[in-house]
Design a protein around this ligand. Structure first.
Ligand code: HEM
Length: 407
């Protein structure tokens, strides 16, 4: 347990560290990768370059430090990150390494302001925070190891089918190469895929939501090809999957993870809202609802730019034909002429509050959403305007978790 003196010292230095947050974590990663280049196999280099992971780790350590005398308050956050860590293969023995270079970075940046007392207090605090992560992650490792069809680390899967779903999204149907059983998973969960790209020194790991319900002989992921944009390079792994991974290829997956999952016990209606490739966890939830709870009212709302990039439309439309409790709405930002001729959408432009209110028959529902950040901000604002309680609002970010602006 930390002494009262250390707790006060931690709390009073958090604001100082926050001011220098990005500089400290930048220095931290220089030291970490300089001394442990093998860890470059674990981290997402694109997130590193864009500074996203830098701020994610720093902010979490500081936020945890502020709750150092009441760590149970941040257990949900630790669990969410723990899922990601477990799925990547972060182990207990990595924590002292990260702690060592984080402290060195604090010292390097703050220089004389980082007194021995302060460094000592932070070393203790990091130890307490790391133990919370290690404990939760140990339970997660145990669960995936002992679950029927579960496994530890990365397992070889063969691409049984590759299906083009739209101009930019393709699905990969993956079966275990060892012919063994497949672990059940919760709709909404993701898998990590580890890719060795020809000519590259380090492996790349990415997370993709499972896009079908569990209980099948395969896992399915549906991947958007991320082309280069004005401010970002092309997605390394997504491009590689699209261009080089064909039927028969082997890919490596860790067991399903993630806490963005459908609450199946709640019998109220469900509203699933997605933008672009954010539809993948929603399709998993939708299929599970249709298979297991055919009486439960479901509203499925999907926003896409137009019909050319609208994935899995036929599957959802067909499902709705045989499931009268399922209402489906498509919103196109910029419909094509063909979309107009085919009356392929229900709303043109962005989803707004007035439209959402009339689309949702019974607002006393559970709400799940995923998509690009501006889409998620708009939906979050709309749901709060509708006075939907926080406990009924569930969402997931693709990429490092960020915060939705206050509403
Ligand atoms: C991801 C925090 C220790 C490796 C993350 C994220 C956070 C975080 C906030 C982003 C989660 C998300 O994507 O939503 C922490 C904290 C730690 C810690 C507070 C210490 C107490 C470690 C250790 C390792 C590690 C010891 C292994 C060396 C990673 C990796 C990712 C990650 C590889 C994925 C990020 C990416 O590649 O972009 N961590 N972490 N973390 N963490 Fe940790």
């Amino acid at each position: 347990m930390l002494s009262e003196k250390s707790i006060q010292m931690i709390k009073s230095t958090v604001p100082v560290l926050e001011v220098h947050g990005v500089t400290i974590t930048k220095r931290f990663y220089e030291l970490l990768f300089g001394n442990h280049p093998e860890l470059l196999n674990l981290f997402n280099h694109a997130n590193q370059m864009q500074g996203r992971q830098q701020t994610a780790l720093a902010n979490t350590v500081y936020a945890a430090a502020l709750h150092i005398d009441n760590l149970p308050a941040i257990i949900p956050v630790v669990k969410q990150i723990g899922h990601k860590h477990r799925s990547l293969g972060v182990k207990a023995e990595h924590y002292p390494i990260v702690g060592k270079y984080l402290l060195m970075a604090i010292k390097d940046v703050l220089v004389d302001a980082a007194t021995d007392d302060i460094l000592q207090a932070w070393a203790e605090a990091y130890g307490v925070i790391a133990d919370a992560f290690i404990g939760i992650e140990a339970e997660m490792y145990e669960q995936t190891r002992t679950q029927a069809g579960g496994w530890e680390g990365f397992r070889a899967f063969r691409v049984e089918r590759k299906v083009k779903e739209s101009d930019v999204i393709s699905s990969f149907y993956l079966v275990p190469e060892d012919g063994g059983a497949l672990a059940e998973f919760e709709p909404g969960q993701y898998v990590s895929i580890k890719m060795q790209i020809a000519g590259e020194e380090h492996t790349h790991i990415r997370q993709y939501s499972l896009s079908d319900s569990s209980g099948k002989a395969y896992y399915r992921i549906s991947v958007k090809r991320e082309d280069a944009g004005q401010d970002r390079p092309a997605g390394k792994v997504s491009t590689y999957l699209h261009e080089h991974i064909h039927e028969g290829a082997i890919v490596w997956l860790s067991a399903p993870a993630g806490d963005f999952t459908l609450n199946q016990a709640d019998e109220r209606p469900v509203v699933l809202l997605s933008g672009g490739v954010g539809l993948t966890p929603m399709i998993s939830m939708l299929n599970k609802l249709a298979e297991k709870y055919p009486e439960r009212p479901v509203t499925f709302i999907h926003a896409a730019q137009n019909g050319n990039v609208h994935a899995m439309k036929d599957a959802v439309t067909t499902l709705a034909l045989s499931h009268p409790q399922l209402s489906v709405y498509y919103c196109y930002e910029k419909p094509t002429e063909q979309d107009r001729n085919e009356k392929a959408f229900h709303k043109e432009g962005y989803i707004d509050l007035a439209w959402l209110k009339q689309a949702i028959a019974d607002p006393n529902a559970q709400y799940y959403f995923c998509g690009p950040v501006p889409f998620m901000q708009a939906i979050n604002r709309a749901l709060h305007s509708m006075d939907i309680p926080e406990s009924d609002i569930h969402f997931e970010f693709f990429g490092p978790a960020a915060s939705l602006e206050p509403v």
